[in-house]
Ligand binder design. Structure first.
Ligand code: CA
Length: 414
């Protein structure tokens, strides 16, 4: 097994097999710049580039976003990953030099992470059959649980990129209409356990991305919490889908894990019946075995409590299918665009990816170990999601995405 000269705990999300990318700053150097991470160490890639340790100078690692690096395409991503792997494992690596280490290594305790990507557009899908079925039963009844189109195409909607925030950002409870003449601070604020994927190189307007080429366009993935106000959603969503119920905040984890790091964890997705149309058909494994977990901590609790365990492999529609479908009209994706998979619910009641499902629309509150109960999120509650792939003796993980609910702003109309 490949090992680095930097010690990494076997349960760390960030061994040498991972090498994610993020944007960070330090007190000593407040300019945001691009780094990778191994164990508890962040590595300043802008200095490695300055020192010409990538074979040629790229320039983009001193940027405050990953976009220029992402737009360079998969060959460049692979070349850099190979160089980094060598630099962190070879016996005669220049990174073994202490003077060099003091310039490029920073403890992750001492860094501030920033939103890693300038996100132009954000699209959210609805790719979990279990989630779509559960929500359908609650909102429309058992007979109409899955809409007639659901098994034929990956349903999605165009979301809001401006309110995508990084893990740790507080989320203010939104206000909105929930019934005729009823304008309130949302009473059923929820999370959605999702994965996000970023577009690397885009496509030209008018030129769809074929399903065979779709993976080449995906730069990497993060955890994603698509915060949702269920009462606002129930009143507003027909006929055009969610609008204000989901546009106030979407939180992502700070380290973008590359598709090359995730490659060993590809698995077959669920059998698709009816068979999708040819433009959505690909003859290869295109699911990912990513363990997912959600914890909740109220202000009165000493420690977070796990309230859901799911896995990305349950998703019915794959990322490749989402991307092929998204662009089949000729719609152009641009570098840095973000797609969400939709809530990833598993088949069992303890694997549902939202409170809406876990509490069955509030009918079955979650009992917490300190005697409290929750139907939906209260002010001061913190939701944290984690995710990792389990290898043989190592993990490739995403760290966490966390956010705390703050009270709604004062209603200024009264
Ligand atoms: Ca969603």
């Amino acid at each position: 097994m490949l090992k680095s000269f930097i010690e990494v705990h076997p349960e760390s999300d960030f061994p040498i097999q991972n090498l994610p990318y993020g944007v960070f700053s330090t007190k000593a150097n407040p300019n945001p710049r691009i780094g990778t991470r191994i164990g508890g160490v962040a590595i300043d890639l802008s200095i490695l580039d300055e020192e010409n340790l990538f074979g040629k100078r790229h320039g983009f690692f001193a940027d405050a976003t990953l976009n220029r690096f992402m737009s360079a395409g998969r060959e460049v991503w692979r070349e850099i990953r190979q160089r980094l792997t060598g630099l962190l494992s070879s016996d005669n690596s220049p990174l073994k030099d202490e003077a060099m280490q003091s310039r490029v290594f920073v403890s992750v305790e001492e860094i501030q992470m920033h939103l890693p990507v300038a996100i132009g557009d954000y699209t959210d899908f609805y790719a979990s059959r279990e989630h779509a079925t559960n929500v359908g039963i609650m909102f429309r009844g058992k007979e109409n649980a899955l809409m007639p189109n659901w098994l034929y195409l990956p349903v999605g909607y165009h979301g809001r990129a401006s309110s995508v925030v990084i893990s740790g950002a507080d989320v203010i409870r939104p206000r909105g209409q929930v019934a005729p003449h009823e304008f309130v601070a949302s009473r059923s604020l929820d999370f959605e356990l999702e994965m996000g994927f970023f577009i690397g190189a885009g496509n030209n307007l008018g030129e769809p991305i074929s399903i065979e080429n779709a993976r080449e366009h995906i730069f990497g993935m993060t955890l994603l919490n698509d915060w949702s106000a269920r009462d606002i959603q129930a009143w507003e969503y027909q006929p055009l889908g969610p609008f204000l119920a989901k546009n106030f905040a979407t939180t992502i984890s700070p380290w973008v894990v590359t598709m090359d790091a995730l490659e060993p964890f590809r698995v077959d997705g669920p059998t698709q019946d009816p068979a999708p149309l040819p433009y959505l058909t690909i003859d290869s494994a295109n699911g990912y075995d990513i363990h997912l977990e959600v914890t909740l901590q109220t202000p009165a609790m000493d420690a977070p409590q796990t309230i859901s365990r799911s896995n990305m492999k349950h998703l019915y529609w794959s990322m490749e299918q989402m991307l092929a479908h998204h662009t089949v009209t000729g719609c152009n994706m641009r570098t840095g665009d973000l797609c969400g998979t939709g809530t990833i619910s598993g088949p069992t009641e303890d694997s549902y990816g939202s409170l809406l499902e876990l509490t069955w629309r509030g009918e079955k509150p979650i009992a917490l170990p300190n005697g409290e109960a929750r139907k939906f999120l209260q002010d001061g509650d913190t939701v944290t999601m984690k995710g990792y792939c389990q290898g043989d003796g190592y993990r490739v993980g995403f760290g966490e995405v966390t956010g705390k609910i703050l009270p709604a702003l004062a209603d200024r109309r009264r």
